[in-house]
Design a protein around this ligand. Structure first.
Ligand code: AHR
Length: 527
């Protein structure tokens, strides 16, 4: 009899535990569920493909030893001195635009030293980056031909800090004039008949700092002078002049520029913002604590505020949004790898960088009405690089993979999204939104949703309410890894790679997704 009673009470206990479990798990799911409303039929603004742009400066091993190994190099297969593996990887990435030759270097660079027979070119000491002597063997022709090889638009950053108005006017004529003129003739003498029709031009770089330590008022005047003499020789597309812009939250710079330059001499205003923990103590790129990761993400997510507030100032002077906000330097910045030249800014690239890339690109996509170009710093072997090289070896970083997964958004229409009840990522009394999203629909009607979960330990249940589409087939890719500190090395080059993602369900327009901790997911919804 006693035995029977015991069996019954065990059953009762198991049943009530099961009910409790159901209750608790429902509560947890409800707590964690994030709803995103995506109004596909309201997509209007084009996500300019140039948001996915890159930046290549004469800095460390970005140009020499990165892109360019020299025409005589027998060990590394190359085309006119540019590595073939790099060309293939960048074509695959769909790089839309490439900025060159700097950065701070641009305001020391005299383009005429980099044309003509290579053996006759003068040297230049790279005063900002390591004090190394360069032989100018990679110059204007080399760069513009490289852009043709990777099918990217060139963006030339001109020397304002230590250059002259005529020097820039001549450069524009040299690369863009199709008729008979002193500079076009010189170009032909140097072996190039047709002009390259370069559209994008930077008028100085960081004029408030390495570009000349100018005030905003002084630079605005100088800008107008330079911009006035940049003739539009190009037959194909109108010249696009980009003024040196603010750093981070220097809103006064943008205000003064917009107010003083007017709207006829300018097509873009730049902005530079790096995700750096502390300029005096940046920390290791690979050996970092959770607290350092959290701070990096806090810095990266500030891009939302910077872009919003600089855009708001621009709205005041340019309500039709004719002038673009060009974030032509962004990315993570850490201490250099041990044993490397401190002036070369060579750093590894981990899942933390994948988180920076995913969240930042979502911010840019969502501000596509004003942000119409951005350039990740920098393409090869410098800062948040997409490619690292070591002699004949080349690897692709997690950032490369995110940029590639996201290239589906290039020139697609931005789908307005609204996030409800975004879960938080909390640490040491501080809190960040854990989930970030952007979405687009392309000409063929295919919808792409890119999602990032920056939480270091918790996965997220996300429910995307897709409105205004009949699409019902879903597929996806994910970039994730075991540790935030994981990276691709020359010994393990494919440790982090996009994989097929299957953790989703689509029912009646509701797409439910389970995002693992620190992961980037891009979903494709089509017919
Ligand atoms: O990208 C490295 C440097 O950072 C650039 O040369 C400069 O513009 C910025 O300060």
């Amino acid at each position: 009899m006693k035995m029977e009673m015991l069996k019954i009470s065990v059953k009762k206990w198991m049943f009530s535990s099961f009910l409790l479990f159901l209750l608790v798990s429902t509560f947890v799911v409800a707590q964690d569920a994030t709803t995103i409303y995506a109004n596909v039929d309201q997509a209007q603004t084009t996500i300019n493909k140039n948001i996915y742009g890159h930046f290549a400066e004469h800095l460390g091993r970005c140009i020499y030893g990165g892109f360019y190994v020299g025409e005589d190099n027998q060990e590394i297969p190359n085309t006119d001195g540019v590595r073939n593996d790099v060309i293939a990887a960048l074509r695959e990435l769909k790089v839309p635009v490439l900025r060159w030759p700097g950065g701070c270097f641009a305001d020391t660079y005299h383009w005429k030293d980099g044309i003509g027979p290579k053996e006759d070119r003068p040297t230049i000491v790279n005063q900002w980056w390591g004090g190394v002597t360069e032989d100018n063997s990679f110059g204007t022709h080399d760069f513009l031909n490289l852009c043709e090889a990777i099918d990217a638009d060139p963006y030339l950053a001109a020397n304002v800090g230590s250059g002259e108005v005529k020097e820039l006017a001549d450069w524009v004529q040299y690369v863009n004039h199709g008729g008979v003129s002193p500079m076009a003739d010189l170009r032909r003498e140097n072996g190039r008949e047709d002009p390259w029709n370069v559209k994008y031009w930077g008028v100085g770089n960081e004029a408030w700092g390495c570009g000349g330590n100018m005030t905003a008022e002084y630079y605005a005047n100088i800008y107008k002078q330079y911009a006035t003499f940049m003739a539009d020789w190009s037959n194909t597309s109108k010249i696009f002049r980009i003024a040196s812009g603010a750093s981070d939250g220097d809103y006064n710079w943008t205000e003064v520029l917009m107010k003083n330059v007017g709207r006829n001499l300018i097509e873009g205003v730049a902005l530079h913002s790096y995700s750096v923990i502390d300029w005096g103590n940046k920390g290791s790129a690979t050996d970092f604590s959770e607290s350092q990761y959290f701070t990096t993400m806090q810095r990266a997510l500030r891009m939302e505020e910077y872009v919003t507030r600089h855009s708001t100032i621009m709205d005041k002077y340019d309500p039709e949004k004719r002038i673009a906000l060009v974030v032509d330097e962004w990315g993570g910045w850490y201490d250099v790898e041990e044993g490397t030249n401190p002036g070369f800014l060579y750093q590894q690239n981990t899942m933390r960088d994948a988180m920076i890339a995913g969240t930042t690109l979502n911010i840019f996509n969502n501000h596509a009405d004003r942000v119409r170009m951005a350039n990740l710093a920098q393409t090869i072997n410098v800062l948040q690089a997409v490619i690292l090289t070591d002699e004949e070896r080349m690897i692709l970083t997690p950032t490369y993979h995110v940029m590639k997964m996201y290239n589906v958004h290039q020139d697609a229409k931005l789908i307005p999204t609204q996030l409800q009840e975004n879960p938080t990522y909390e640490l040491e009394g501080k809190s960040l939104p854990a989930v970030s999203v952007s979405a687009s629909v392309n000409e063929a009607g295919v919808v792409h949703v890119s999602l990032v979960n920056i939480h270091s330990t918790e996965s997220q249940n996300v429910s995307v309410m897709l409105r205004g589409t009949e699409n019902s087939k879903v597929s996806g890719q994910i970039l994730a890894s075991d540790q935030l500190q994981d990276y691709n090395s020359f010994d393990e080059p494919t440790k982090i790679q996009p994989k097929e993602f299957k953790d989703f369900k689509l029912k009646d327009g509701e797409l439910t997704v389970e995002l693992p901790p620190f992961s980037v997911v891009v979903l494709k919804v089509n017919n």
